[in-house]
Design a protein around this ligand. Structure first.
Ligand code: RUG
Length: 809
């Protein structure tokens, strides 16, 4: 696989010379004297320095896009950048000559702890695609000293350990002292007046220095290198309490520094519903204010104070509500620091800013108590208050339901700042992340806004970096594809369509199966090494990997496994297709139910894997500490992709796309982007089950669903599984599962696990039965890959660029 243009090494010999020199420059020793970690570090530093040179040499004219996101789950970069610079083969050969296989060096790379799930990974894929497409894309985020947490499993339970991802340094980043900016928290707003003119200043409070660390983002082909800017918080002035220090009170002496540094210390889970709230608000403001100050400084250098044209040259995209303060903060800087008129500042903000919503879950739509907000950000809050006041004052009264619409859409309500409303009011574009999700936003979640300003709304179905998740992650399949249809698919994922005729080519299908087997072996080895669980690679690999959340229904999957377990034991004629169930994902630290489901999976695994009556038919593995690097081993090995959230709950999902692209067949509900996968692959190449969105809504509205009815209707089968949660069957590892039983039977099964159970198990049985016809199965799998080009984030980014950012207008 080679990317054309901008090769950073001209030949293997050139690479070897440069690498050996770099060992002396970066590590002060010869290659032979370095250990693998150091060798990796030097190689990454060398590639990073090349990337920076490319960036310094060429910056195309054109609109600058700033993508504001609290998370960028970038994953390991080295392999991806070698591919993008078109030198992977050269480097691989060179490393072989040195007696250190490239894979060994790649395995030294640590996953940066800069994100926790789909939203953060999407931001990373978008950075990749912007660079690949030659768009001037700039990421703006936080440099967390510690990532979310490292997940280890002890007696089946998730235990959270500190994720010290920066322990060995991060060779890709460059600290930019000269670009630091000051961000102010707290204090009071003071009004000044002179000659009939008045203005405000924020006095006192804490001054924090936001220091940027830049990470190069190398686009495919190596021609465009963009920048990801991550902010770290430091005290603006050294506020060291010498008296306290001399009195031996070191904690007091260092207090200010540690309070400030706490702002960029840790990544909080965004979809848990609970987190260190104030600190999170500080993080949100810090990266917003620092990012905007930088944008305006850069803009002013280039265009002067022509602020009215900002939206022509700059697009600011807000990823979810975390950067919602972009609107009022941009106004604050324009009005207070640049002397722009209030109305014009609002117009500029709206022209420049756009917003993506990623969830319909009410608990994930951020709200902040006004008092907290105002105390922390007094001046920025004044802009929110004034915009909200004007919004109410000028609200059109020409509809019957105007009071209701106002109540839905005002920013301030019930003593709270509603961040989704803030985002919508300050944006010219609002998008959802799949067709179904956008429809729900329009019809329900943001309906008031849709009624008032339908022209703002549009859909941008998510996408994934096919280069990383097929090109890098699945070398055997990627090679087969390139040998068959050429490597044009790496730059244009639509070319995967050229694989369609090969879905009927017996020799291609055989090669596909070989590649899949190789990937299954690779994953089985990883699982054996990390968990001790042995998987038989002749089994179907059935995979559910994602964050743990009730709506994603990992519990439904466990119920299916328990059902298979019970039936295999009680009915000797029951012969399901032998299957290995693979789970991976983290639960938010404070999310007890999700953590209990993880414990349940591990308890079921313990029971099933050690029971000789069943373990030649079913095996269960939980892969700890799901991260981009382990995901890259799991997706290529998967044959079934479990996408089983209740319909109307998952905004889009992206593991569904990654798995499809790697030739796994989706077993899913009609939810999120599954709907679009289904339309693309056709019903013969996907297995859909369960209630549809309207059915879920109607059932909930009717109030007629009773979990106890489902339980009583089939005591021997479904009822038995519920009972097994608490009757000791699964208690061997670490106890029973009362809280899960309560969630089903006391809280009336909010996530409809019992309701969708039969439809799910039947769908699984039908799907796995069809595995016997290997040719037909492989045909379907290959068609999944062939039709997955639409889900490249290159397509998504082109749509953002044309419809939202108006690049090239
Ligand atoms: O849960 C959603 C996924 O459905 C979606 O695919 C992903 C990217 O759009 O974003 C996830 N998400 C939503 N992560 N955090 C949130 C809520 O803030």
């Amino acid at each position: 696989m080679t990317a054309k243009n901008n090769r950073i090494f001209q030949s293997k010999e050139d690479f070897l010379t440069q690498y050996r020199d770099a060992c002396e420059t970066f590590a002060g020793k010869g290659f032979e004297e370095l250990n693998d970690q150091e060798r990796y570090y030097v190689l990454a530093s060398l590639v990073a320095s090349k990337a920076k040179n490319v960036r310094a040499a060429a910056r195309p004219e054109g609109k600058e896009v700033y993508y504001f996101s609290l998370e960028f789950l970038i994953g390991p970069l080295l392999d991806n950048y070698l591919l993008n610079f078109g030198v992977r083969d050269i480097v691989e050969e060179g490393c072989n000559d040195l007696g250190t296989p490239l894979d060994r060096l790649l395995s030294q790379e640590v996953d940066p702890g800069l994100g926790n799930g789909g939203l953060g990974r999407l931001a990373a894929c978008f950075m990749d695609s912007m660079a690949a497409l030659g768009i001037n894309g700039n990421g703006n985020g936080m440099r967390y000293r510690y990532g979310l947490f490292k997940q280890v499993i002890k007696e089946g339970r998730q235990v959270e350990k500190m994720d010290n991802w920066l322990e060995h340094g991060f060779p890709w980043e460059t600290r930019k002292n000269e670009s630091a900016v000051i961000v102010q928290f707290g204090g009071n707003v003071v009004r000044h007046e002179e000659n009939g003119r008045y203005w405000f200043t924020q006095e006192g409070g804490d001054l924090v220095k936001a220091v940027p660390y830049d990470v190069p983002i190398v686009g495919y082909g190596g021609k465009t290198v963009n920048n990801l800017r991550l902010w770290s918080a430091e005290p603006a002035e050294e506020n060291f309490d010498l008296d306290a220090f001399n009195a031996g009170d070191y904690a007091k002496a260092m207090k200010f520094r540690s309070d400030v540094e706490a702002i960029s210390q840790i990544l909080y889970p965004n979809d848990s519903g609970e987190h260190g709230r104030i600190l999170r608000l500080k993080q949100e403001y810090l990266f917003v204010s620092a990012g905007l100050q930088t944008i305006l400084r850069t803009y002013e250098k280039k265009f002067g104070p022509k602020w009215e044209d900002l939206g022509k040259h700059v697009a600011i995209h807000t990823n979810d509500t975390h950067p919602a303060m972009c609107g009022p903060e941009l106004m604050r800087i324009l009005v207070d620091d640049k002397g722009v008129d209030f109305d014009l500042a609002f117009k500029i903000a709206q022209e420049t800013i756009s917003y993506t919503n990623h969830t319909v879950m009410p608990e994930a739509l951020e709200k902040w108590p006004i008092n907290t907000f105002r105390a922390l950000l007094p001046r920025t809050y004044m802009f929110i208050e004034e915009i909200d006041r004007r919004y109410r004052e000028s609200f059109p009264h020409d509809r019957d339901n105007w009071q209701d619409l106002l109540a839905q859409t005002a920013i301030l309500w019930d003593g709270q700042v509603r961040m989704a409303n803030l985002s919508v009011i300050f944006s010219h574009s609002v998008n959802g992340v799949s067709a179904l999700h956008t429809g729900i936003l329009e019809a329900e979640t943001l309906h008031g806004f849709y009624e008032l300003t339908p022209e703002k709304f549009n859909n941008k179905t998510n996408g994934i970096s096919h280069r990383r998740f097929l090109g890098n992650a699945n070398p055997s399949y990627a090679r087969l594809i390139s040998n068959t249809i050429g490597d044009g698919w790496l730059s244009d994922a639509n070319e995967l369509k050229k694989l369609e005729p090969y879905a009927d080519d017996a020799s291609f299908l055989e090669e596909f199966e070989k590649a899949k087997l190789e990937n299954k072996r690779r994953l089985a080895k990883y699982i054996a090494d990390t968990t001790g669980v042995e998987l038989d690679t002749s089994m179907v690999f059935d995979v559910q990997v994602k964050r743990f959340h009730a709506y994603k229904r990992q519990l439904l999957n466990v119920f299916k496994i328990l059902d298979l377990y019970n039936r295999i034991i009680s009915d000797s004629s029951f012969q399901p297709r032998p299957t290995a169930f693979v789970f991976s994902g983290k639960a938010a630290q404070s999310y007890t139910f999700a953590k209990e489901v993880i414990r349940l999976i591990n308890s079921v695994a313990e029971v099933v894997n050690s029971d000789a009556r069943v373990n030649d038919k079913i095996r269960v593995a939980f892969v700890p500490n799901f991260a981009v690097s382990s995901a890259q081993l799991i997706y290529p090995a998967a044959e079934i992709s479990e996408q089983i959230s209740w319909a109307g709950s998952e905004a889009s999902g992206t593991s569904n796309m990654k798995l499809m692209m790697n030739g796994a067949i989706t077993l899913g509900t009609y939810d999120g982007a599954n709907v679009e996968i289904c339309k693309l692959v056709g019903e013969d190449n996907i297995k859909i089950f369960g209630l549809r969105t309207e059915e879920v809504e109607n059932l909930r509205a009717s109030g007629k669903y009773w979990a106890w009815d489902a339980y009583n209707a089939d005591r021997p089968r479904l009822g038995r599984i519920v009972d097994e949660l608490t009757d000791g069957t699964l208690a061997h590892l670490s106890g029973n599962f009362e809280s899960i039983r309560d969630e089903l039977m006391v809280n009336n099964d909010h996530d409809l696990v019992l309701k969708d159970f039969y439809s799910y198990v039947s769908a699984w049985e039908e799907l796995t039965a069809s595995y016997a016809d290997r040719k037909a199965w492989n045909r379907s799998a290959v068609l999944n890959t062939a039709r997955s080009g639409y889900f490249s984030s290159d397509r998504t980014i082109r749509e953002y660029a044309n419809d939202i950012w108006h690049i090239g207008d």
